[in-house]
Every structure is written in C-alpha cells, then in structure tokens.
Design a protein around this ligand. Structure first.
Ligand code: ZN
Ligand code: ZN
Length: 415
C-alpha cells in the first residue's frame, strides 16, 4: 500500500479496527455512517471492511473534498448557500433517528479554505447546522455513538513537517498519529482501556470535590475565573450511548471536561497555542470576560476569523466547555503543532466557546434548551476549542465554602 508510506500495514489495519471497535463500538446489524475526505479512500476501505467484520448492517459512505468545497465557496451565491434541500437534511437525520453510529475521518489541507471569506463559511455552516440539528443534538447528547479520528494528508503533513519531503512528512505524520492513538505498542484496545481508567479516576476526583469555580493563572497573562454549573459532571474517555453501548468520541483523547456556567467567567484568558479554524490560522489571541461574556478580544494574526467565531451567534460569546489536559500528556510532549483541533486540544488545557455538552450536567441529556440554559449551560450553533494550558499553568479549585485546592501545578495534575 503505497499510500501508507512504508508504515507497517498491520498497524494501519489495527487503527481502522480500533476506530470501529473502540471508537464507535459497532453492534450487529447497526448502520454505520462514514464521513471521509476523498484522499483517504484506501483507509476508508479498511474501515468499511472492519465495520462489516464487526457486524455492521450497512456502511453508508459520505465523501467530502476540500477542493470541491473551495470551488463551492468561490462560485455559489450566498443566497443559495442558505438553502439546504429537505432530502439532504433527511439523508443524515434519518440515520441518526434510526440509531446509526458515526465515524468521521479527518485529515485535510489545513489551508484548503484559506482566503475564502469567513462570512461565507459561516453562512453555510449555519444553514447546515440548522438543517442537521436533529443529528447534532443526538450526537452532542451522546445518544448516537460517534467518533472522530484522522489520517495524514499531503498538504497537512507538509504543514506539520515543512522541512521534510512530502513522502517523509507523510511517514512522520503517520508515525505521530499512530503513537497518539496508542498503536504499535501491544494490544491497542487494551491500552485504550488502561488509559480510560486513568481518565475516569481523574473524573472521579473532580466530581467528588464538586468545585464551584476554577481559577487559572500563568505567566502569559491568564488570570481567569470560571464558574461550574451546579450538578456539573466531569467526563473523559469513554461514553455511554443511548443504547448503553460504550464508545470513544475522540481518537486520540487526553482530556477530562465539564460544563462551565455560561454566566460566570471573569478576567483574561490568553491562548497558549495557535488555533486552526476552518482553514484559517489564529495566533496569539486573548479574550476578556465579564459576567460570562466575551467583552473584548484580540489576535496578532487571524483577527477576522476570531471575530467570525465570537460573533457567530449569541452563545458564541460564552463558554460551553472547560477541559483539563496535563502538560506532560504524550501529545503535549511531542511539541508539535498539528494544525488540527483533534490533536492540538489534547496537548493543552482548553475551553470552548459555544455549545455545551448536555451530558456534563446531571439530567442534562433530558433537559429542554430552556432548562439547560437556566442551569447555566450554553447554547450555540458553534463549538470552538482554544488552548490555554502552559508549562507554568496553575489551576485552583474553589469550593462552595471557599476552600481552595490546587489541582494543576506547573501544567500538571497536582492531585
Ligand atoms: Zn475538549
Ligand atoms: Zn470541545
């Protein structure tokens, strides 16, 4: 397999199997929707083979292509972008309703959409988000099992390893990715189970302490306090779907995360890593919050893109996720910018502006949007992660009675 650049083909197959078995945990007769960029057709075939081997009833393949996407934005009128025909929405929502699981393979040119007016991307994604709301709601509430994984793509590999030839860069990125998903060092499924136990242990500690606020501080200028909603739940690693099936939504994953109170955020948060958003890079940015809302923001590079995120909708100015990732996590130790949130968010403590995860508060999955909002959850069409963790980050947990506990020190778990 030329496409795999001399990487042991057994490892590539093991990765496909891991996505199917540990990722979405395909059940007998289940429908599997596979979203995949066209350049990864060889890997897609392996995933399909493994899905049928696991008993999939049918694999529904949905190709995407960044080049086609770019041409779309360059040529289609804005008015038309707002229209999503019913059949198109139904072709996704119907599978969600029927209990399908979703595999999304990432790995595209990080600059594939560079130069495209962010406003156009916003218009289209808003229209798509609204049309596919049923699917996204079921996904965010973990009713349907879903997983996101990625495989190397040429422009992406060259972006991560600019000094290597294209072939060497592809090989290097394959090696890094396989390492992040724990392939090549014994039974990957077993290693994931072990890692999952570690994340669950940290969740247990945080849940038992039930902090009402977290205070963040580092030398970059972050001095920030965020509230956590009453009854918040720290989650990390595997999740349980509506059917009771255990799945892993992100491969890799190093984070534990919960629901911030969208009304309680004060102070300044400074980015620790650049943010690659829909093909555009945002560097050295910061947000100032008051009463939970972003009241000011700046960026040395990519200000317009940052603006399109913050001004997306009402909920885009408030937080929907707070996540802890140790600075010594394997991805962080690679000291590599992947230009891809799936990897970069697992290198650092982060927050997300926008939509919250309903499952991160007691009873949240059954709450209406209004109830969730009243509980302090955030509602938005967007969910954008940005990284704030540094080697000198200190996070102090504050309990209802004022007791303080240092939970992260020098960027790592202190407990
Ligand atoms: Zn996260
Ligand atoms: Zn997130």
């Amino acid at each position: 397999m030329e496409q795999f650049y001399g990487i042991n083909p057994e490892w590539i197959r093991e990765y496909a199997r891991l996505i199917v078995r540990t990722g979405v945990n395909v059940q007998k007769g289940q429908e599997v929707v596979l979203n995949c960029p066209v350049e990864h057709y060889e890997f897609a075939r392996l995933v399909i083979e493994e899905a049928y081997a696991a008993g999939a009833g049918e694999v529904i393949l949905r190709w995407s292509d960044t080049v086609e996407n770019r041409l779309y934005y360059q040529n289609v009128l804005e008015e038309r972008m707002k229209e999503v025909p019913e059949w198109k929405a139904e072709s996704v929502n119907s599978y969600a309703r029927r209990g399908a699981c979703w595999i999304s393979i990432g790995g595209t040119d990080p600059e594939g959409l560079k130069g495209v007016d962010p406003k156009k991307i916003h218009i289209r994604s808003q229209a798509m988000d609204a049309a596919l709301e049923e699917h996204y709601k079921l996904m965010m509430a973990s009713i349907n099992p879903w997983t996101v994984a990625a495989v190397p793509q040429k422009q992406w590999a060259k972006k991560v390893f600019p000094d290597l030839s294209e072939k060497e860069a592809m090989k290097a990125l394959w090696e890094k990715i396989l390492k992040t998903v724990r392939i090549g060092e014994g039974d990957a499924v077993e290693r994931w189970a072990e890692h999952d136990r570690f994340l669950k242990e940290k969740c247990r500690f945080m849940n038992e302490n039930a902090f009402t606020k977290l205070h963040y501080q580092n030398s970059l200028g972050t001095d920030f306090t965020v509230g956590l909603v009453k009854g918040h739940i720290w989650e990390g690693g595997s999740e349980k779907a509506g059917s009771g099936v255990i799945f892993e939504a992100n491969m890799p994953t190093e984070e534990i995360f919960t629901m911030p109170d969208n009304r309680v955020a004060e102070g300044k948060l400074v980015s620790a890593l650049p943010l690659s958003y829909r093909g555009n890079l945002i560097r050295n940015f910061s947000f100032t919050f008051r009463n939970g809302e972003v009241i000011d923001y700046s960026a040395e590079e990519g200000y317009e893109t940052l603006k399109s995120i913050v001004e997306g909708d009402e909920g885009s100015r408030r937080l929907g996720e707070v996540a802890i990732v140790p600075y010594s996590s394997p991805i962080s130790m690679m000291k590599l910018l992947f230009y891809n949130t799936l990897f970069d968010e697992n290198a650092s403590c982060h927050f997300a502006l926008g939509e919250c995860y309903p499952t991160t508060v007691e009873g949240g999955a059954d709450m209406t949007e209004e109830e969730l909002k009243a509980a302090g959850g955030n509602s938005s069409m967007n969910h954008v992660d940005f990284m704030v963790g540094t080697a000198d980050l200190v996070i102090t947990g504050i309990k209802e009675d004022g007791t303080e506990v240092v939970i992260v020190e020098n960027g790592d778990w202190a407990v």
